[in-house]
Design a protein around this ligand. Sequence first.
Ligand SMILES: *[C@@H]1O[C@H](CO)[C@@H](O)[C@H](O)[C@H]1NC(C)=O
Ligand SMILES: *[C@@H]1O[C@H](CO)[C@@H](O)[C@H](O)[C@H]1NC(C)=O
Ligand SMILES: *[C@@H]1O[C@H](CO)[C@@H](O)[C@H](O)[C@H]1NC(C)=O
Ligand SMILES: *[C@@H]1O[C@H](CO)[C@@H](O)[C@H](O)[C@H]1NC(C)=O
Ligand SMILES: *[C@@H]1O[C@H](CO)[C@@H](O)[C@H](O)[C@H]1NC(C)=O
Ligand SMILES: *[C@@H]1O[C@H](CO)[C@@H](O)[C@H](O)[C@H]1NC(C)=O
Ligand SMILES: *[C@@H]1O[C@H](CO)[C@@H](O)[C@H](O)[C@H]1NC(C)=O
Length: 742
Amino acid sequence: MHSRLRAALLGPILLAWAASADLDVYVDGGLSSGWENWSWNTDLNFAATDLYEGLSSISASSTAWAAVSLKLEGLFNTYAGFQFDIACDPSTLQLYFQGTTDSAQSASIPLSAFPSITSTKFTTVVIDFNALPPNGAPLGSGAWDRLNFQALANGATYHIDNMKFLTSINIEPLFLSAEPIGNDLIAITTQGNVDLSTVKVKLSNATVAISKTTTYSPIDTPSKTITYFTLSKSFAAGSLVITAGTNTSFTYTLPAVRYGTINVSNTKPISPDIYGVNWPTSASYIQHLGVTISRWGGNAVTAYNPFGDFTNAGADWYFENRGSDNADDWLGWVSGAGSKTIMTVPALDWVSKDTTSYSFPKSIYPNQAKFDPYNPDAGNGLLANGSSVSPPPDPTRVYTTWNTTLAKKWLRGLVHKPDIVNIDNEIEIASSTHQDMHPIPINYDEELKRVVDFATAAKEALPNVKVAAPSTCSWWFYWTSVVGWSDNTAHNNMDFLPWFLQQMKAKETATGKRLLDYLDIHYYFQPDTSANDAAAKALRLRMTRSLWDPSYVDESWVSDNPQNHQPNNKAVWLLPRMKQLIDQYYPGTKLSIGEWDSSDDGDVTGGLVTADSLGIFGRYGLDGATYWATPDEKGPVGLAYWLYRGYGTYFGSKSVQVNMADNIDNIFGLYAGVDNGKVSLVFINKSTSPLAFYISNVPTGNYFVRHFGGASGNAKWQTTTKLKANTYTVIPAYTAIFMKQA
Ligand SMILES: *[C@@H]1O[C@H](CO)[C@@H](O)[C@H](O)[C@H]1NC(C)=O
Ligand SMILES: *[C@@H]1O[C@H](CO)[C@@H](O)[C@H](O)[C@H]1NC(C)=O
Ligand SMILES: *[C@@H]1O[C@H](CO)[C@@H](O)[C@H](O)[C@H]1NC(C)=O
Ligand SMILES: *[C@@H]1O[C@H](CO)[C@@H](O)[C@H](O)[C@H]1NC(C)=O
Ligand SMILES: *[C@@H]1O[C@H](CO)[C@@H](O)[C@H](O)[C@H]1NC(C)=O
Ligand SMILES: *[C@@H]1O[C@H](CO)[C@@H](O)[C@H](O)[C@H]1NC(C)=O
Ligand SMILES: *[C@@H]1O[C@H](CO)[C@@H](O)[C@H](O)[C@H]1NC(C)=O
């Protein structure tokens, strides 16, 4: 049928792909009526018979980021969910929905959220539009008409069968979890229409009456609910058994109490700027997570040309120019949302000249190791053996000149002024990340000169701006340059950062003007936790000790290969070490971490690492930190920000001294704060079983409580409670809890 005629026939019922019956997308042999193939870069067979149910299946083989994409002539908005049978390696594929007319796009659903999927047989998956995996957010509004099974970075080969949209989803009533929290709360998560009156609690075999129940549904995951039962008796060491429904029970051993104390008279200020991120997505993101400061940074801003909004991500994406957001607009909306701002000022000799050019065309350099899957003419500038192609490209192919005059012109003209500027980003490694424009290794002297020149320019253009530099990428380059240890030797045998501080102080002494306000470094935990098994998770959770603990020998190459001249150089001991260097070489300089991450944004242990790190940043007096980058608001890392800062409820502005009787830093973190006499606490149980505490001096009375993790899962759970005693407080396994005096 002619498509316009069909559209006319279907027009009046477009919204009425009415959910009176399930809507098939694929059953056998070909797409069902109303569906179009909008796939890309994928070998597709709609009648595969090598693995199938019924008569055939869809087989697909997609290159990196390619997709089986199917579009409905109409909308599937009225359906309750989407069901399909799939055989694939779940780590290679994601699913998302789109609206082609309004550009709506759903969150991506990684198929790794369904670990039982295998490539050898079909597994049925049901996606509930009220609760998309893995975080349970609803599909949200959009003119939904398209679905995409998209390969991740390594491509994907897979089969799909029996795809359909469902009119309703049968939610089996289930008690999903029940956990002890705090003094006397049982937190119960459920699905479907359960009978809460069946819940019974026994403490050491004695039935305990339930005095109060409160149910809470998180605002942005309304499909999830938690019910808090307040017991008529406080927890104590012994057995805890919660039974519910006809056959569900949850059993815990409540452990012996561990002792600690807080001293509310012993406080130190917490810099509000430690709760920052790189690249927040929106004003509401900033407000929901309480983001205090936002950074425009990373490898893709070194070549940012503000006179045209062009940029180039360098080695991160085939040295291709592209369009960029406008920095002034970004400063405007970010500061308008209540966040301070950090703007990166390019400090090399070139910035992008357009949105289309690239440095290593195949026509000029035919023998490159890799080419952009979306632009087969743009290569990565490397030969198969890893060496750079030669000769180096003419920078004017892609770039136009940049210097301090142009930087001043740009900064002076900004309508929205940044609070802080970074002098470029990780330029010590520009000879690899931006080898097309700066193939020569940057040595100590060049890095210093660029910081001095551009910091001078920035302060001339913006008299109130603070400068943060040199934004060094990692532990190795804190101490030396890409040139190597001969560069240290040529500079009095000094490691790089101490030398840099000394030189910046010498500049101030000579000119009477401070150019460096923040020593800015990037910090990525070095232990390898990529396996993400139980051992890797435990390692991830204890490696936060590298931020503060001189006795923590780093579980990475840092301790295997210590080459710098620093004391105790098998320990990172980051914050005290850097503060000591500052005191020695340039007192009065602040310390900031422009990039850091938890090592796993998707795993609850990454969220606990973030909560622990934020606590440590406050306790050890860090002056600023911005997470790399844009953690999912509803994922574990976003939840850690929400825990401390969400929706206007903040952890104290002063850090309170905490002393624990035993050294349990590998499995536990406790941070205390105070504000206007109100105590706030964050407890982090990094162990796989509950912990219990007697923290003396914690005031009793009413508290606001938030938590994430543990058996209750990742959501913005919260309630209020009356702490009757501080003698036995339970923190469930793998859980972070925030409590603030009401
Ligand atoms: C589906 O569309 C893609 C992209 O246009 C095309 O390459 C492919 O051959 C189509 N497959 C089938 C089976 O129609
Ligand atoms: C609880 O009951 C179990 C089984 O009946 C028994 O073994 C245990 O000793 C009892 N515990 C207490 C604290 O009474
Ligand atoms: C428990 O009860 C539910 C609902 O009646 C049922 O679906 C489930 O299979 C039962 N589980 C066991 C282990 O008996
Ligand atoms: C609490 O801290 C204050 C201020 O540092 C100190 O004077 C006091 O002795 C501390 N109290 C205890 C019990 O350590
Ligand atoms: C890589 O190959 C090029 C060209 O054959 C050669 O000049 C270069 O030395 C090689 N590099 C290494 C590290 O082997
Ligand atoms: C910077 O570049 C501009 C444009 O090419 C040029 O006019 C100016 O003289 C340069 N300034 C310096 C300090 O080199
Ligand atoms: C942390 O969780 C583990 C596992 O549930 C438990 O054994 C331990 O007692 C908990 N710790 C605290 C401090 O609640």
